[in-house]
Design a protein around this ligand. Structure first.
Ligand code: NOJ
Length: 750
């Protein structure tokens, strides 16, 4: 339905664009022939030019020289359609071979209409809403001439200190795989050659999310088995979904920077997965191999990157400068260059750039189209997670006549857009404050006293003033969190508590005795245990984007019902990190009955604490587990049945269950299926998400739901370094989150 609305907007507002898309982009013989014909005409300099991506700079004439000589294959960060056309004209009409430029931009969670940050979108557990968001982003970005986005970011991330956790889909391999593929589908549409399609670029290949200590750009140490079981599957799913390009990552894994890692780029990506698109470096990550100490100079950096399987270099110019000599010396083969250029040209042909090189220059009406704003609002509604709701304080009832709107995020149009919202405009954001006023009109009095002007504000005077005003309200809505700049690239944090005087603000508000509803807008899970204690209800909205305000207002007043679930484990305190549900068991798993710090007797004996795997000061469990989220209504799971208790490797297991809405509101539950391989040739995670479904039910309604799970999806990289389903016993849970549900069993036999 939503998809249809977006499509019809596209038909209405872009009549010159055909929205019927061709089904198949795969390299056909005609395209391959065109590539060979063109390649045979190219000089070495022109070939190397295709492998060179530059960032837009200066005026058109400044950039034209290189383009005219055929020394640029792609330009990033140019979003003015007039300039894009001017640059394209130089490439098409003034360069010898007229090869079009590929115009690129980080369109990560929207172009102009900004959607919730990807971590928020992942909380929706709704691939359709994610696909719709990417489609809107593609329609808007392509309307100014962008045909390549550096997204989706599908780095599995299990450390919220890492600022880039905001850009991905959280800690889970399966959820990230599904959401990444949905984004690719949205960006690329049914055919890349449709002018509203943009090429996707899954990034960062690979392992970047495991940066040691959550410090950005840091080294990773991921053994091959973990790489294959946890970090590679989302990229394999992306390749299968037809992603046109891939980007290497900044990190070195076990000493090898990704940009120089032949094993991942050639053996796995091209060899095992049959990828025939193009691989680009991350920003200067070829020359950064010098800082890593993996290359002595730009020449060695270029050699290692190209020989490892990189096709295009982002901004560091080592390819154009160093490859001629490397080829002469035989250190890089011309055949390798030809392969790289083929991959680049293939993407350009698939995008239809040779035939459809220019874009309309009139300000496109499609930007911020009503259907786009509606899709962004829906995504923000589905991204919000209700973490607590004591005494059913939410949704707010008509008996609430006065609300206090407090906190630095209540009216922060820029901050609600989140990280990587380059082209989003704060002037278009609808803030919670404005949306609430709009929604309640004169039925509810709104007292606005922010208390703090930004999330790091430490001014206690404002806190006192806000608490005094808030005391006059029936309910206090406290919008806290972190500014957009505190997450994203190079924005790691060692402390995950609320910044500035926000904790004092929540404490002071709680002291009024009025119910406090805390709404958190942030780029990552924050350690909000204390503030949650002080609050009657907690709604976690991440950075919700342009339409965050209306989405939250609807949720607070019950026009919509929360359905989001945590896409990542929320730690109690930062010392528990990394913390994730799909861990392996130790030989001494926690019992959850352990003696904690305050219960330990003075001079207690060495072994009196139980000798299990937990923290004396934090226990074992997180603040909120993966997959967790409440609703205004309640759901009952029952009657879980397996199609068989004994299956063969080639079988499909069908799991059916009844789901009933036992509360007062219509609501949507994200039902989850987890599996554990009880005994393996190597230790296996205690649980792994294998399926999920959003099920909408009216009060009292009951539905029979079914999951189909091919047993082949239980395969993992085993002790013999083979992806295999091992025979034996499995446990299974159908559950509302990763920590509950009744354990059931089945066997896989010969
Ligand atoms: C560096 C970031 O790591 C990457 O994600 C981004 O796509 C490029 N810069 C281009 O902006």
């Amino acid at each position: 339905m939503k998809a249809i609305k977006i499509l019809s907007a596209c038909l209405l507002l872009l009549p010159f664009v055909s929205c019927t898309q061709k089904a198949n982009d795969k390299g056909d013989a005609v395209t391959e022939k065109k590539i060979e014909t063109l390649l045979s005409k190219m000089t070495l300099e022109e070939k190397l030019g295709q492998m060179n991506q530059v960032s837009s700079y200066g005026n058109i004439e400044d950039m034209s020289g290189l383009i005219r000589k055929g020394e640029v294959g792609s330009v990033l960060n140019e979003v003015d359609p007039v300039r894009i056309n001017a640059l394209q004209r130089v490439a098409m009409e003034e360069s010898r071979l007229g090869i079009p430029l590929l115009m690129a931009r980080d369109v990560v969670h929207g172009f102009k209409t900004i959607f919730p940050i990807p971590l928020g979108q992942a909380a929706s557990f709704d691939p359709q809403v994610v696909e719709d968001g990417a489609r809107v982003a593609a329609i808007e970005a392509s309307s100014v001439g962008i045909r390549w986005t550096f997204a989706p970011m599908i780095d599995v991330a299990r450390d919220p200190r890492w600022g880039r956790i905001a850009e991905g889909c959280g800690e889970d391999t399966y959820l990230t795989s599904v959401m990444g593929a949905a984004m690719i589908k949205g960006f690329q549409g049914d055919s890349l050659s449709n002018p509203t399609s943009i090429a996707a670029c899954p990034k960062h290949f690979v392992g970047y999310g495991a940066a040691e200590g959550g410090r950005d750009y840091n080294s990773t140490y991921i053994p091959e088995r973990r790489l294959r079981n946890v970090y590679l599957p989302p990229f394999e799913a992306a390749a299968k979904a037809g992603a046109a390009t891939f980007m290497t990552s900044f990190n070195d894994n076990d000493g090898i920077p990704s940009t120089g890692n032949k094993f991942i780029l050639k053996d796995v990506l091209r060899g095992e997965w049959g990828f025939d698109g193009m691989v680009v470096t991350d920003w200067a990550s070829a020359s950064e191999m010098i800082s890593h100490g993996f290359a002595a100079d730009p020449k060695e950096a270029a050699m290692k990157a190209v020989n490892a399987g990189v096709d295009m270099e982002m901004v560091s110019y080592t390819f154009v400068k160093e490859l001629p000599a490397l080829i002469k010396e035989g250190k890089v083969k011309e055949a390798t260059i030809n392969e790289a250029v083929r991959s680049i040209l293939r993407v350009k042909y698939r995008l239809g750039l040779f035939d459809n090189s220019y874009v309309g220059e009139k300000k496109a009406e499609i930007l911020y189209a009503p259907a786009h704003l509606a899709a962004a609002k829906q995504a923000a509604i589905e991204s919000a997670i209700l973490l607590k709701n004591d005494n059913e304080v939410l949704p707010l009832q008509s008996s609430v006549k006065t609300v206090a709107v407090v906190g630095p995020m209540a009216n922060a149009p820029y901050e609600q857009l989140g990280t990587w919202a380059f082209d989003g405009e704060k002037s278009q954001s609808v803030t919670p404050l404005n949306a609430i006023k709009d929604l309640v009109g004169d039925k509810v009095q709104v007292i606005y006293e922010p208390g703090l002007t930004y999330s790091r504000d430490k001014n206690k005077e404002g806190v006192v003033k806000a608490a005094a005003s808030a005391a006059r309200a029936d309910v206090i809505l406290a919008f806290v969190g972190e500014e957009a700049i505190l997450s994203g690239e190079a924005h790691s944090l060692a402390d995950l508590n609320l910044q500035g005087a926000q904790t004092e603000l929540i404490r002071a508000l709680a002291k009024t005795g009025k119910p406090v509803v805390m709404i958190v807008m942030a780029g990552r899970p924050l350690t909000i245990g204390e503030e949650a204690e002080f609050s009657s209800a907690v709604l976690y909205a991440f950075h919700p984007g342009t339409m965050g305000g209306p989405a939250l207002a609807d949720l607070l007043w019950g026009k919509s019902v929360p359905s989001g679930k945590t896409p990542v484990t929320f730690p109690k305190m930062v010392g528990q990190v990394p913390i994730y549900y799909a861990h392996n068991n130790t030989g001494r798993p926690a019992t959850r009955n352990e003696v904690l710090l305050d219960d330990i007797a003075v001079e207690a004996g060495q072994t009196s604490l139980g000798c299990t795997s937990f923290y004396l000061d934090a226990g074992f469990d997180p603040l909120y587990p993966f997959g967790y989220g409440l609703s205004y209504t309640t759901f009952k799971y029952s009657n879980v049945k397996l199609s068989s208790a004994s299956l063969k490797k080639e079988d499909i297991l069908t799991v059916t269950f009844d789901l009933e809405n036992t509360g007062k509101y219509e609501g949507t539950e994200v039902a989850q299926l987890y599996v554990q391989d009880k005994v393996g040739s190597v230790t296996r995670p205690v649980k792994e998400l294998k399926r999920f479904a959003r099920v909408t039910l009216k009060p009292g309604e009951k539905k029979n739901v079914s999951f189909e799970l091919p047993i082949s999806e239980l395969a993992f990289w085993n002790i013999d370094r083979m992806k295999t389903v091992e025979l034996g016993d499995f446990a299974l849970w159908v559950a509302p989150d990763s920590q509950t549900g009744e354990e059931m069993f089945f066997k896989v036999t010969d």
